[in-house]
Design a protein around this ligand. Structure first.
Ligand SMILES: NC(=O)c1ccc[n+]([C@@H]2O[C@H](COP(=O)([O-])OP(=O)(O)OC[C@H]3O[C@@H](n4cnc5c(N)ncnc54)[C@H](O)[C@@H]3O)[C@@H](O)[C@H]2O)c1
Length: 349
C-alpha cells in the first residue's frame, strides 16, 4: 500500500527489503539497465570494487565528515562520475555513510533514486530503514535532513563478520530495543540464543548468526514506519531508551549504543516504579543486559540528566514524552512532568 506524504500529490515510496548471506550475491538485487554509482565507506572500497562494475566513490565515515562540506565534495565526485537525473546511487556503509548518502541522493538534481547496503549491525537493524537522512552542522548532530526512504535496502550477513565487537554492541542495544517494544517471543529467543548460558556472545561462532534476528528487527521497524512515516505517533515507540540515552551521550561522552542500553535499563526501572511493568519482567531485562555485556547503570545519578532532557526534542510543553514498558513486547508513550520525573528519579541508579 502506498502512503501519501504531507506534500500534496507526492507519494512516500516504500522500500523493498532484500536479504542475502554472501557479499558476492548482492549484485543480483541491483535493477538491470540503470546507470549506477556506488558511494562506499572508504574502509570497504575494495569489497565493492570487486563485486560491482560501476564507478565507486568513497568517503571516510566519521561524525566530523558527516557535514555540508563533504556533501559538496561528493556532489563534484558524482558529477565527475557522470551521474545524472536517471542515475541510481548505491550507498554502502554504516549509519554515517547511509545518512549522508541518503541526504546527497535526496538533493542531487532535486532527488535521484538510491539503494542502501548497510554494513554495520546498527545500520542493518535501525538506520537503513525509515527514510531519515541527515548531516551534522558545526558539530550539532543531524540538524539538516529530510524524510526520504530508499528504493531498496540489501541486508547481507557477511558484513558482520568483519565488525569489531564494539560495533556489534552498538547495534545490539537497538536490536533488543525493537523486540522489547513489539515482539516478546523474539526478544526471549534472541536473548536465549545470544547468551546461550555463556556471557558476552561467546556461543556465537560468527556474528552473522545474528541474522535471523536482524531480519525480524527490520520487519518490525519497517512495518511501524509504514504506518507512521513522519513519527507523529507509533514511530515514537522506537525511541525507547533514547531520551535518557541522548542525555547520557551528551553529559558523559559515552557512545550512542551505550546510552541506549543504559536508557533502556532506566526506562525499565521507571516502568516498574510506576507499576506499568511487573517487577519480575523488569528484573529480567536488567539481568539480560548484564549477561549480554551491555551497560545498564548510569555513570551519573539519573536525576542529573533531567536538565539536559528538558532541552531534548521529545519535550512536549511541561512534560517529557517517555517511552515506557507495560510488558516485554509492549511499549507506551508516557508523558511525565519535570517535577514528577525528578521525584521518580531520586532513587534510581
Ligand atoms: N537515519 C537513522 O534513522 C539513524 C538511526 C540511528 C543512527 N543513525 C546515525 O548512524 C550513525 C552511526 O552509524 P554506525 O554505528 O553504523 O557507524 P559508522 O557508519 O561510523 O560505522 C562504524 C565504524 O565501522 C566501520 N565499518 C562499517 N562497516 C564495516 C564492516 N562491515 N566491517 C568493519 N568495519 C566496518 C566504519 O568504517 C566505521 O569506522 C550516526 O551518525 C547516527 O546519527 C541514523
Amino acid at each position: 500500500m502506498r502512503k501519501f506524504c504531507r506534500f500534496v500529490g507526492i507519494e512516500m515510496k516504500e522500500t523493498a527489503l532484500y536479504y542475502c548471506e554472501k557479499i558476492k550475491d548482492i549484485p543480483v538485487f541491483i535493477p538491470k539497465g540503470r546507470r549506477v554509482v556506488v558511494l562506499a565507506d572508504k574502509r570497504l572500497e575494495s569489497v565493492f570494487i570487486e563485486i560491482f562494475p560501476y564507478p565507486v566513490i568513497t568517503v571516510d565515515s566519521t561524525e566530523d565528515n558527516k557535514c555540508f562540506e563533504t556533501i559538496e565534495n561528493l556532489t563534484i565526485k558524482l558529477m565527475d562520475a557522470g551521474a545524472d537525473r536517471g542515475t541510481l546511487l548505491l550507498i554502502a556503509g554504516g549509519g554515517i555513510v547511509g545518512d549522508m548518502g541518503g541526504f546527497l541522493a535526496s538533493v542531487y538534481y532535486r532527488g535521484i533514486d538510491f539503494g542502501i547496503i548497510p554494513t554495520t549491525l546498527l545500520s542493518q537493524v535501525d538506520s537503513s530503514i525509515g527514510g531519515k537522512t541527515a548531516i551534522n552542522v558545526r558539530g550539532f548532530k543531524n540538524i539538516l535532513g529530510l524524510f526520504n526512504p530508499a528504493n531498496f535496502t540489501i541486508f547481507c550477513s557477511e558484513f558482520l563478520d568483519t565488525l569489531p565487537r564494539k560495533q556489534i554492541d552498538e547495534g545490539l542495544a537497538e536490536m533488543l530495543k525493537t523486540f522489547l517494544l513489539a515482539d516478546k517471543t523474539t526478544y526471549l529467543d534472541a536473548v536465549d540464543i545470544i547468551i546461550g548460558g555463556n556471557p558476552h556472545l561467546k556461543k556465537l561462532s560468527s556474528f552473522s548468526e545474528l541474522f535471523p534476528f536482524i531480519k525480524r528487527a527490520t520487519e518490525i521497524k519497517s512495518e511501524i514506519v509504514k504506518r507512521d512515516p513522519f513519527e507523529k505517533g507509533e514511530r515514537k515507540l522506537l525511541n525507547l531508551g533514547h531520551t535518557f540515552g541522548h542525555a547520557l551521550e551528551k553529559l558523559c561522552g559515552i557512545s550512542h549504543g551505550e546510552g541506549v542500553s543504559i536508557g533502556i535499563a532506566l526506562c525499565t526501572q521507571l516502568s516498574v516504579k510506576l507499576r506499568l511493568l511487573p517487577k519480575s519482567e523488569g528484573n529480567k531485562i536488567i539481568r539480560d543486559l548484564d549477561a549480554l555485556g551491555l551497560p545498564f547503570t548510569s555513570p551519573v545519578p539519573p536525576k542529573e540528566l533531567v536538565e539536559i532532557m528538558t532541552k531534548d526534542k521529545k519535550k512536549d510543553g511541561e512534560a517529557i514524552q517517555f517511552i515506557l514498558l507495560e510488558g516485554i513486547g509492549k511499549a507506551v508513550i508516557y508523558p511525565l512532568t519535570i517535577e514528577r520525573l525528578k521525584g521518580l528519579l531520586n532513587d534510581l541508579s
